[in-house]
Design a protein around this ligand. Structure first.
Ligand SMILES: NC(=O)c1ccc[n+]([C@@H]2O[C@H](COP(=O)([O-])OP(=O)(O)OC[C@H]3O[C@@H](n4cnc5c(N)ncnc54)[C@H](OP(=O)(O)O)[C@@H]3O)[C@@H](O)[C@H]2O)c1
Length: 238
């Protein structure tokens, strides 16, 4: 039997399409998995502990962090493109403060506050990772189509927040990699309203995307900290 310590990953947003698939992926890869979600999770496994965290408010997260053991890494899948009140804006006319605020809250503000609160559980002197799923449409350079104002802008803000933290933490946490990963268009609730016109080979299953995300994580090196990475491991422009 190997004497190596079992690696421990925290998956945040574990009831979502990619969150659930990532939990399943890391359990089958033999990791100890902690799963946070606003929802009660039904999955049972000896190596899995689940915690309901209401809305990821800082007080709720602080309580959840107290219950956490040391981590090898974190993957946050938090993200919102549409909800019961809005769909992505097709034109300037549709842009409104409520949608911008809600998108920035979920896509940019919650993730950086999670990193802030989780930092004490990430090792200072061993390799570790904090990955937040982002999106290629958050790349300003790659924006050729326009539209989706709130989602694009909030993911661009996320990328900037993560890069800024990566620069700062390079000094105190020399082996910590902070990365934003674009998972590719995956068959989940988030992409469902936009799948119709996609070629079948451009829509990936959650399991397939989870394996690809895990493969990118496996290859992360300290020089990747602060980068936006495609699911194939290549760097995307900001
Ligand atoms: N699916 C795609 O095609 C695609 C493409 C590019 C990027 N992405 C990115 O990949 C990530 C995962 O997406 P997904 O496809 O798995 O979407 P999903 O099934 O909708 O899951 C997103 C998760 O985000 C959390 N969330 C959503 N709204 C929230 C809110 N108002 N407050 C707090 N948490 C909220 C939820 O976590 P709980 O478990 O706590 O409910 C939810 O499970 C997102 O960051 C998304 O932007 C997805």
């Amino acid at each position: 039997m190997s004497s190596e310590k079992q690696p421990h990953i925290l998956i945040i947003g574990a009831s979502g399409g990619l969150g659930k698939a990532l939990v399943e992926h890391y359990l089958s890869a033999g990791w100890q998995v902690t799963a946070w979600s606003r929802n009660q999770l039904s999955l049972k496994h000896d190596a899995l502990s689940c915690l309901q965290v209401q809305g990821y408010a800082p007080e709720q997260v602080a309580d959840a962090v107290k219950q956490l053991d040391q981590l090898s890494g974190v993957v946050s899948t938090l993200g919102m493109l549409h909800n019961d009140s809005f769909m992505p804006e097709k034109q300037l006319d549709a842009v409104n403060a409520a949608q911008l605020e809600a998108s920035f809250q979920v896509n940019a503000i919650l993730p950086i506050l999670l990193l802030q609160q989780l930092l004490p559980r990430l090792p200072r002197k061993e390799s570790a990772f904090f990955v937040q799923l982002s999106a290629k449409v958050g790349s300003i350079t790659d924006n050729y189509l326009g539209g989706w104002y709130s989602y694009r802008a909030s993911k661009a803000a996320l990328n900037m927040l993560l890069k800024t933290a990566a620069i700062e933490l390079r000094r105190s946490h020399k082996q910590l990699v902070i990365a934003a990963i674009h998972p590719g268009t995956t068959d989940t609730e988030l992409s469902r309203p936009f799948q119709e016109r996609l070629p079948a080979d451009k829509l990936y299953s959650p399991g397939q995307s989870a394996s690809r995300i895990a493969a990118v994580i496996e290859e992360l090196a300290t020089e990747d900290s602060g980068k936006l990475l495609h699911w194939d491991g290549t760097e995307l422009p900001y």
